[in-house]
Design a protein around this ligand. Structure first.
Ligand code: SF4
Length: 366
């Protein structure tokens, strides 16, 4: 679409003057005919306003304690039933050894999510955090998606607040953004029909923010959703952020169909990836950070996304299983040197952050 379209001109004027875009304007930007690079330029401008020349990364590790999950979402290649040959449940020693490995590698954060195991009691999940926190008190525990928190509430008959408060006591530091997928019921009913619905996901995050926890938000795109569904999702996040201010980063996640019940679909292209990053940056004007999660986007696209509105490459991420089980071909770990090189090649200054976006100083350097 020519760049002098009146709609695009109006959007550009609004972005330049810091005005909020409407959902209809966001849907317009998702049309493939609208020039991607012009959208990227606007998103990059917003990114620069927020973060200057800085691109954040952190040193982290993932822990997925079990892949047994009661929900078996069609979008998921990772989960399985308890009797499945690939089923695993980590024991305490294995879990703690992952923590030691993370600490030895200089990690400041452990990202803990996994399946919703039908036979594990609430205490099993809580004690994972408690054991970690007692053994590695300086490691920030970003743990349990809203789907898992909702499961714990139904297991125990307690409120989300009560479950979160007990997890905080055990060592929970913040909530990750997973489990959001696409909120709209027409899509959710096809890709994740049984797990917590949109209202539940948002209510858990609202409760977390009220208790002083920060959290992230994500969107899994590139399967059966339309532009209208993506915009509905982004607007619901923007609304909650207006209310609580508790979200830190938005993470667009590219769908990887391999090994899922939706394996007949194609993975979204690099151009779709960049458009989602850029439109997200423009619509989510109250989110400080947009993450180019290299595990999901691939390293090359994540690096390019730094020019399309992203200001965060996530972290070193060792031991990730969920996206790799779905065919992600990104490496299992990136070193700090590799992350910094990717950022410098993009013309930005790499800054190590902790989970709460505070600069991390190491040996007098940042
Ligand atoms: Fe379970 Fe999450 Fe996979 Fe759904 S996406 S089956 S909730 S692990």
């Amino acid at each position: 679409m020519p760049l002098n379209s009146p709609t695009f001109d109006r959007i550009r004027d609004k972005v330049l003057s810091g005005q909020r875009l409407t959902g209809a304007e966001g849907e317009f930007l998702f049309q493939p005919e609208v020039d991607l690079h012009a959208i990227g330029e606007l998103a990059n401008l917003v990114r620069r306003r927020n973060s200057g020349d800085v691109v954040y990364y952190n040193i982290n590790a993932h822990l997925n304690p079990t892949n047994v999950c009661i929900y078996r979402c069609p979008l998921c290649a990772y989960s399985c039933g308890p009797g499945d040959a690939k089923a695993y449940v980590m024991d305490r020693d294995e879990i703690l050894s992952r923590g030691q490995e993370a600490v030895d590698a200089g990690a400041t954060e452990l990202h803990i999510v996994g399946g919703v195991h039908p036979e594990k009691p609430f205490d099993w999940y809580r004690d994972i955090l408690r054991d970690f926190h007692e053994t590695f008190p300086r490691l920030h525990l970003k743990a349990w998606t809203a789907v898992e928190i909702a499961w714990f509430a139904s297991l125990t008959g307690r409120s989300y607040e009560a479950v979160l408060a007990e997890m905080i006591q055990a060592g929970l530091g913040s909530l990750p953004g997973g489990g959001a997928e696409v909120f709209h019921p027409d899509v959710r009913g096809r890709i994740a029909p049984r797990k917590a619905d949109a209202e539940t996901w948002l209510t858990v995050h609202r409760a977390a923010h009220r208790l002083g926890l920060r959290s992230n938000a994500s969107m899994l795109y590139g399967h059966v959703e339309t532009a209208a569904h993506r915009i509905d999702h982004l607007l619901r996040l923007r609304e909650l952020q207006d209310e609580t201010g508790g979200f830190q980063a938005f993470i667009p996640l590219a769908f990887h169909p391999e090994g899922t019940q939706l394996a007949h679909l194609k993975r979204p292209s690099g151009l779709v990836d960049l458009r989602v990053v850029a439109v997200s940056r423009l619509i989510l004007d109250n989110f400080d950070h947009i993450k180019a999660y290299w595990i999901s986007l691939g390293v090359g696209t994540a690096q390019v996304a730094l020019a399309y509105g992203a200001d965060d490459l996530d972290g070193t991420v060792r031991q990730e299983r969920i996206h790799h089980d779905a065919g992600a071909t990104s490496p299992q770990v990136l070193s700090v040197d590799q992350l910094c090189r990717l950022i410098r090649e993009a013309g930005r200054e790499p800054v190590e952050r902790d989970t709460l976006y505070r600069r991390v100083a190491r040996d007098g350097t940042t």
